[in-house]
Structures are given as C-alpha cells and as structure tokens.
Design a protein around this ligand. Structure first.
Ligand SMILES: N[C@@H](CCC(=O)N[C@@H](CS)C(=O)NCC(=O)O)C(=O)O
Length: 211
C-alpha cells in the first residue's frame, strides 16, 4: 500500500498510526502542503479534494478521507480491533474521536486557518487565537469525558487514541498548555511509549526534515 502524506498532517498521522497498529507494511509518498503540492493536477486526479491522506490500496484503487480509510483498515484487518466492545462501548469511542474529527480538526485545518488569517483579515495573531480557542474548547470536553485509564477508552489503544494523539501533537505545536488537560496529556505520553505511535509521529518521518 502507498500513503500520500505530509509529515505534519494530523489526518495522515492518524492513518500512519492505524497502519502501524495493524502491522501493515506501506510506503510513503510525501507531498509538501506548504508548497501546494497537494493541488497539482496529478494529485487532484488521485484525490479530487486535494487533501491528504490518500491510501492507494492497490494499483489505481485509492481511498480518501482518513475516517473512511481507518474504518476500512479495521474491517479488513480486524486484529487488533480498534473499535472493540458492545455497541455502547463502540459508540463511546466514536463519540470521543468525533469531537476531534468533526468539531476541532475541520475548522483548524490549513486551508481554513489561511482563510481566517488572510481573507478574513484576522492576521497571524487572530489565526492563533482561533486555533487555540477551538482546540481548547474541544479538549475541555474530552478531558471531562476521559476516565483514568492508560489509553483514552481503556487499557489498549483504540480509535479514539488514533485521533487524539495527532491532535495533541498539533496543540503542542501551537503552544496550548497541556497542564490544563492532564488526562489527555497522560494518554499522549502513554501512547508515544508504543513504537506504533512514535514511529507514526511527525518527528519520526525520515523524509520530513528534508521538506
Ligand atoms: N476530512 C479529511 C481532512 C483531510 C485534511 O484536511 N487534510 C489536511 C491536512 S491534515 C490537508 O490536506 N490540508 C490541505 C489544505 O488545507 O490545503 C480527512 O479526514 O482525511
């Protein structure tokens, strides 16, 4: 499989974690979002939205949208399950990660914050305020939903961790004080002790630093 990716993209980071947790071999095709490589005619044929990630699952068969990709991976490679338990337990995991996938990430994404900064004239300071506001609001809700378990929804990594860790990485990059979210930060550290998470991190992406 081939993953079209960018080292700092949190949606691509989610897919890297899921692929690693499933023990799947894949290659990376890096696109530099800052240079606009995701808007090239060639890539738009692969992903008409011009977003990363895209997972090429076989020659010419491409999947876009991180949630669709991760759900497909979990269905086709059920071991270890990322959405285990009965329907209530599964709904709780979905509810946790939806705070990130629906309510934080889409409004803090590159093209949105560029629009806020430039087209809405908020400037750099306004952009940073926007990001901090929406991440902090979502994290406050997540912090109160979280129990005192090693991972976000129990004692093994689940889909909620797959979404949470990239979002925390992103929050730290924007200087959000994680002391305000001790349970989230503890889950972040526990996950990063696992090679499946650490090796998916932007820091670990070998080619990233050359971009
Ligand atoms: N809902 C999509 C979001 C994908 C997305 O927004 N990717 C970002 C990087 S995290 C991107 O490609 N941004 C490029 C841009 O905004 O121009 C998914 O989950 O895959």
């Amino acid at each position: 499989m081939k993953l079209y990716t960018y080292f700092r993209s949190s949606a691509a980071y989610r897919v890297r974690i899921a692929l690693n947790l499933k023990g799947i071999d894949y290659t990376n095709e890096y696109l530099n979002l800052v240079k606009g490589e995701h808007r090239s005619a060639k890539y738009l044929k692969i992903n008409p939205q011009g977003l990363v990630p895209t997972l090429e699952i076989e020659d010419g068969v491409n999947l876009s949208q991180s949630t669709a990709i991760i759900e497909w991976l979990d269905e086709v490679y059920p071991d270890p399950p990322l959405l285990p338990g009965d329907s209530l337990a599964r709904a709780k995991i979905r509810s946790l990660y939806s705070i990130i996938s629906s309510d934080i990430h889409p409004i803090c994404n590159l093209r949105v914050i560029k629009y806020v900064e430039s087209s809405l004239d908020a400037g750099k300071e306004g952009k940073l305020k926007w990001i901090k506001h929406w991440i902090s609001e979502g994290f406050s809700a997540l912090e109160s939903e979280m129990s005192d378990t090693r991972f976000s929804a129990g004692n093994s990594p689940m889909l909620s961790d797959v979404y949470l860790i990239p979002q925390i990485y992103n929050a730290i990059r924007f200087n959000i004080n994680m002391d305000n979210f001790p349970k989230l930060y503890s889950v972040y550290n526990n996950c990063n002790e696992l090679p499946e998470f650490f090796q998916a991190s932007p820091q670990y992406q070998e080619d990233a630093t050359s971009m």
